[in-house]
Ligand binder design. Structure first.
Ligand code: ADP
Length: 395
């Protein structure tokens, strides 16, 4: 295992900047996921670490060695790709051992390493199978075993589960976690799937348009997103956003107004435009709101479409009356918010209900830059109870 460090790595192709000034410092043995939408520079970043792409500028360290200009074979890395490239005419043993045999390892050592790797991915007993006699998941495990036998310092994995069906993806996700725990190797994993990133990683690096937006633990990205992009990308279903105006002690969001203490949020004053964010799981029906929430300032809304998911119901909410005290035009106003409630909740479509936002989980973003201004707000001082139950965290 080894530490991996990227310093100011940039990669440009003619007029496209695929990776812009990337700085990453990954610890020994860490499982790091590069996540972001298609085209954000994940694969290019991974390829610069692998040595498959030469950065336009910047420096890459693996362990204590600078590898920026070294060929892939001298970097102590192994890669697993989305497209499982097994040799179709070779059985599992030959596929796994191919790299070792190429390097003239003694036969006993090859046997030993192949058997150990096959045991690891639970393919022992299948060493004589041909790739076309195996399922997609088994073939992907052969590819992983082939990289394990080389005993790399760093595993690089580019969407290795992308071509597997949904059930297998979840199984393989667990296997990768087990693999990481047992091998104790640094793993850099690329995916556009935020659920995969959340479940697998020690830390997530969220990328957008070639730039690092945040690198932090999954929970930190979820609870304290650096900006609106991370807030919208991490979490499923996505955070609700509403362009809002800061009024006198109120956030005016076009029908979902919330009372809050402006003075407690640095850099925000009356009349400012901000973007409010609240996750579906942080909106409660007033009657279901937990003790920690203050139901004394409910928001009257109307339910729209319901989506029963089995373990929860997604409820689309629309404002009771479309009004325009936000300074926004009609078209700009909120169309609705998504709330998630327990599956046994008594709720129907086109019903008037009252909801409360968990103010401690409300996020405010700069309307222009999208940078986070606050994670959590508190109720206006005039209305705050003496027990101080609005114990929101304000950054
Ligand atoms: P991701 O893996 O996040 O989908 P990539 O790293 O593949 O993104 O690509 C980042 C950007 O760089 C994209 O705009 C892509 O079109 C561009 N790009 C990647 N490889 C090349 C290449 N060989 N030539 C030109 N542009 C490229």
């Amino acid at each position: 295992m080894a530490r991996v460090k990227l310093t100011d790595v940039t990669k440009t192709y003619d007029d496209v900047t695929a990776v812009n000034n990337m700085n990453l410092d990954l610890k020994d043995g860490e499982f790091i996921t590069l996540v972001g939408p298609s085209g954000c520079g994940k694969s290019t970043t991974l390829e610069t670490i692998a040595g498959l792409t030469k950065p336009t500028s910047g420096e890459i360290l693996i362990g204590d060695r600078e590898v920026t200009n070294l060929p892939p074979k001298d970097r102590g890395i192994a890669m697993v790709f989305q497209n499982i490239a097994l040799f179709p005419h070779m059985d599992v043993y030959d596929n796994i051992s191919f790299g070792l045999r190429l390097r003239d390892y003694p036969k006993e050592e090859v046997d030993e390493r192949v058997e150990e790797a096959a045991r690891f991915v639970e393919l022992d007993g299948m060493l004589n199978r041909m790739p076309d006699e195996m399922s997609g998941g088994q073939r992907q495990r052969v590819a992983i075993a082939r990289s394990i036998v080389r005993e790399p310092d760093v595993f690089l994995m580019d969407e290795p589960l992308a071509n597997l069906d949904a059930k297998l993806r979840v199984n393989m996700r667990t296997e990768l976690q087990r693999l990481h725990k047992q091998l104790d190797t640094t793993i850099i994993y690329v995916t556009h799937n935020q659920a995969e990133a959340m479940t697998l990683s020690d830390r997530i690096a969220v990328l957008n348009t070639g730039e690092l937006q945040q690198i932090a633990s999954p929970l930190e990205c979820y609870n304290q997103p650096n900006n609106r992009f991370v807030a919208g990308f991490i979490g499923s279903p996505s955070m609700n956003f509403a362009m809002s105006t800061v009024g006198e002690g109120r956030l005016e969001t076009g029908g979902f107004d919330v009372d809050f203490d402006i003075a407690a949020v640095d850099g925000v004053g009356t009349g400012d435009r901000v973007e409010m964010g609240i996750r579906p799981e942080d909106i409660y029906l007033t009657e279901n709101s937990e003790d920690a929430l203050d139901p004394s300032d409910p928001i009257g809304v109307e339910t729209d479409v319901l989506e029963p998911m089995g373990d929860q119901i997604f409820v689309y909410l629309k404002p009771l009356t479309a009004h325009d005290d936000t300074g926004m035009g009609e078209a700009e106003q909120r169309e609705g918010l998504l709330m998630s409630v327990d599956p046994d909740t008594d709720i129907a479509e086109d019903q008037s209900v009252e909801v409360v936002f968990d103010r401690g989980q409300m996020h405010l973003f700069d309307a222009d830059t999208g940078d986070a201004l606050s994670h959590g707000v508190v109720k206006g001082t005039a209305a705050t109870t003496e027990s101080g139950e609005d114990s929101a965290q304000v950054d």
